[in-house]
Design a protein. Structure first.
Lengths: 267, 309
C-alpha cells in the first residue's frame, strides 16, 4: 500500500499547492528583518530565510514554479519528440537516417550539460529554462516513439489505412499514437521527475528562475550559505524536492507495472 | 569485427562533427549582439568592433565555421576574453581535477552497487531486496546539489570529520565522490539485480548447481560474468550523467574542475571558454561511448558477428 498511497498523496499535494497555492494569500517576497534566519516553530513550521521571508510561502510558490516548468517541458517535448520520431520511422529511408543521426548528436551531450549551456547563453528566465529543457527533452520521446512505430507500422490495420489512402499524419495520430500511449505515459512520468531536478539544478546554478521568484533550486543555493546557523534553509526545499521526485518515480514504477510496459532495467 | 569497428568509428566521427557544429552555433543563441553582451552596454563601439574582428564574428558564417574547424584540428581554441590566456591551457589545468572526481565517483558507485545489486538478486522478494531497491530509488531521487550540502552538513559541520570544500588531499575527495557516485550506484544496483535475475534462470546456472558448485561460485563465476555485459554498456552510457553531475558537484564543493570553469565563464560572459568546455565534455563522452561499444563487441562475439542493429 505504501508504494501507491504515499507517492500519490505527495503528488496530489504538489499538484494542489501548485494550482491553488494562491488562495493562501502568500507573501513569498515579504522581507521581515526581525525574523532573519529564525528556525521553525509552532507558528511557522518551516522558519524564515536570510531575509526574513517565510519559507512556507516560498516553498509553495516554488512548487508552482517546478510544476509549471515540468508540465510545460514534458508536454512540449512529448509533442515534438513523438511527431519527429513517428514520422521518421513511418517515412523511413534517408529521412529516418538523418533523424537518427540528429538524435545521436543530441544524445552526445551528457545529462544536464546542454541545458546548462543553452540557459547560460540565452540568459536566465523561466521561458529560457523551458526552451533549454525542451531542446534536451524531445530526444527521449523521439527515440521511444520511433522504436514503437517501427514495430507497429506493419500491423494490418495500419496497412489497411495506407491502402485506403489515409494521409501520413492521420495514420500516425489516429492509428499509431493511441497504440503507444502506455509506454509514452510511463516515459512522461519519469521525464517529469528529471525535469523537476533539472529546473532546480539550473536555478541552483543561478541559470534558471531569477530572484526574487522562488524556486526550490535557488532556495537550496541560498541555504548553503547559512548551513551552520540555519540548516532549515537547505533542508526544507531539499526535502520537498526529494519527496516530489521520489513520488513521481514511484508512481512511474507503479504505472509501468500496471500498464505492463516491458523494459530491460526493472523486474 | 573490422567492419564493425570501422562503421562504429565512422559514426563516432560523424557525431563528433555534428556536436562541434552545434557548439559552434551556440554563440549565435545569445540574444541580441553577443559582442555587446560580452562587453556590456556601455562599451565603446571601437572596442566592440575590435572584439568582433578578434572573434571573427564580422566574417560570413561559412568562413567562421571553417576557421573554427581549422582551429579545432590544431587544438587552437582561441583566447579567453577574461584572462586573455589560451583556452587550451586553461582546460589542461582543469582536466585532472574533473578526471579525479569522475574516477572517484565511479569507484564509489561500483563499490556500493555491486554488493547491493547482488544481495537484492540473491534475496529476491525479501525485506533485503525491497530495502535495497528502495534505497536505490532514494539515490536516484536525490539531486547532487542537495546531496552535497546534506553531506557537508552532517560530516563537516556537525561531526567535523571531513573538510567542507577545496582540494586538500584525499579527505577532501570523499564527500564530492560520495555525492557524485550515489545516483550512479542506485541505477547500477538496479541493473545488476535485474540482469543477474535474468541470467540466474539460464540452463548453465542449473548445470553449475547440479555439478555441486557452491552458491557463491555459481554467482561469481557463472552468474556475474554473464550479467556483466549490459552492466558495462550501462556504465558507458551513464558516464555522461556522471560528467554532467560532476559539473554541479564541483560547484557545491568549490572543486576546481571543468564544471567550475564552465559556470564561471557563463557568469563572466566569456563565451569562447563556455563553448570549449561544452565541447570537451561532450567529446569525452562520445569517445568513451564508442570505446564501450568496441569493448562490448570484443567481449561478446554475438554482437560483432550478428548484424549490429
Amino acid at each position: 500500500m505504501m508504494r501507491l498511497w504515499f507517492p500519490a498523496a505527495i503528488f496530489i499535494l504538489w499538484f494542489v499547492l501548485a494550482l491553488f497555492g494562491q488562495l493562501f494569500s502568500l507573501s513569498p517576497d515579504h522581507i521581515e528583518l526581525s525574523r532573519i534566519l529564525l528556525p521553525p516553530d509552532a507558528n511557522e513550521w518551516f522558519g524564515y530565510d536570510d531575509l526574513g521571508r517565510s519559507l512556507w510561502d516560498r516553498l509553495i510558490v516554488g512548487a508552482q514554479t517546478s510544476f509549471i516548468v515540468s508540465i510545460a517541458v514534458v508536454a512540449i517535448s512529448m509533442l515534438i519528440g513523438v511527431t519527429i520520431g513517428s514520422f521518421s520511422a513511418f517515412i523511413g529511408g534517408w529521412f529516418d537516417h538523418l533523424i537518427v543521426r540528429i538524435i545521436d548528436i543530441f544524445l552526445a551531450f551528457p545529462g544536464i550539460l546542454l541545458a546548462i549551456a543553452l540557459a547560460g547563453l540565452m540568459g536566465p528566465g523561466i521561458d529560457n529554462v523551458v526552451i533549454a529543457l525542451c531542446v534536451v527533452g524531445w530526444v527521449g520521446f523521439a527515440r521511444l516513439s520511433r522504436a514503437q512505430v517501427m514495430t507497429l507500422k506493419n500491423r494490418d490495420h495500419v496497412q489497411a489505412a495506407i491502402a485506403l489512402g489515409a494521409s501520413r499524419s492521420r495514420i500516425i495520430f489516429k492509428h499509431l499514437v493511441p497504440l503507444m500511449a502506455a509506454p509514452l505515459i510511463v516515459e512522461a512520468t519519469f521525464a517529469i521527475a528529471s525535469v523537476v531536478i533539472a529546473e532546480a539544478g539550473l536555478s541552483f546554478l543561478g541559470l534558471g528562475i531569477q530572484p526574487p521568484t522562488p524556486s526550490w533550486g535557488s532556495m537550496i543555493r541560498d541555504g548553503t550559505r547559512y548551513m551552520l546557523v540555519a540548516p532549515h534553509m537547505v533542508l526544507v526545499p531539499g526535502i520537498a524536492l526529494m519527496l516530489v521526485v521520489l513520488s513521481v518515480n514511484l508512481l512511474g514504477d507503479r504505472l509501468r507495472d500496471w500498464l505492463d510496459v516491458r523494459t530491460r532495467d526493472r523486474h | 569485427m573490422l567492419s564493425f569497428v570501422i562503421s562504429r568509428l565512422l559514426s563516432a566521427l560523424f557525431v563528433i562533427f555534428g556536436v562541434s557544429c552545434l557548439v559552434f552555433f551556440l554563440i549565435h543563441l545569445v540574444p541580441g549582439d553577443p559582442v555587446e553582451v560580452m562587453l556590456g552596454e556601455s562599451s565603446q563601439p571601437a572596442d566592440r568592433e575590435a572584439l568582433r574582428a578578434a572573434l571573427g564574428l564580422d566574417q560570413p558564417i561559412l568562413v567562421q565555421l571553417m576557421n573554427y574547424f581549422n582551429g579545432l584540428l590544431h587544438f587552437d581554441l582561441g583566447e579567453s576574453l577574461h584572462s586573455k590566456r589560451p583556452i587550451a591551457d586553461m582546460l589542461m589545468e582543469r582536466i585532472p581535477a574533473t578526471a579525479t572526481l569522475a574516477a572517484a565517483g565511479l569507484l564509489v558507485a561500483v563499490i556500493i552497487a555491486f554488493p547491493l545489486g547482488i544481495m537484492a538478486a540473491m534475496k529476491k522478494d525479501t525485506a533485503w531486496d525491497s530495502g535495497a531497491m528502495f534505497f536505490s530509488l532514494f539515490g536516484i531521487s536525490i539531486p547532487n546539489f542537495w546531496m552535497g550540502p546534506l553531506l557537508i552538513l552532517f560530516f563537516s559541520l556537525w561531526l567535523g570529520w571531513l573538510p567542507v570544500s577545496g582540494q586538500s588531499g584525499i579527505e577532501s575527495l570523499v564527500l564530492p565522490a560520495l555525492t557524485l557516485g550515489t545516483a550512479l550506484a542506485a541505477i547500477l544496483a538496479r541493473m545488476i539485480r535485474a540482469t543477474l535475475l535474468e541470467v540466474m534462470g539460464e540452463d548453465y546456472i542449473r548445470t553449475a548447481r547440479a555439478k555441486g558448485l557452491s552458491e557463491r561460485a555459481v554467482i561469481m563465476n557463472h552468474g556475474l560474468k554473464n550479467a556483466m555485459l549490459p552492466v558495462i554498456t550501462l556504465l558507458g552510457l551513464q558516464l555522461g550523467a556522471l560528467l554532467g553531475g560532476a559539473m554541479i558537484t564541483e560547484i557545491v564543493f568549490s572543486w576546481p574542475g571543468i564544471g567550475q570553469l564552465t559556470i564561471d565563464a557563463i557568469n563572466r560572459r566569456d563565451y569562447p571558454v563556455v563553448q570549449a568546455c561544452i565541447l570537451l565534455i561532450s567529446l569525452t563522452y562520445v569517445v568513451v561511448n564508442t570505446l564501450t561499444d568496441l569493448v562490448y563487441a570484443w567481449m561478446d562475439p554475438r554482437i560483432r558477428l550478428g548484424n549490429a542493429q
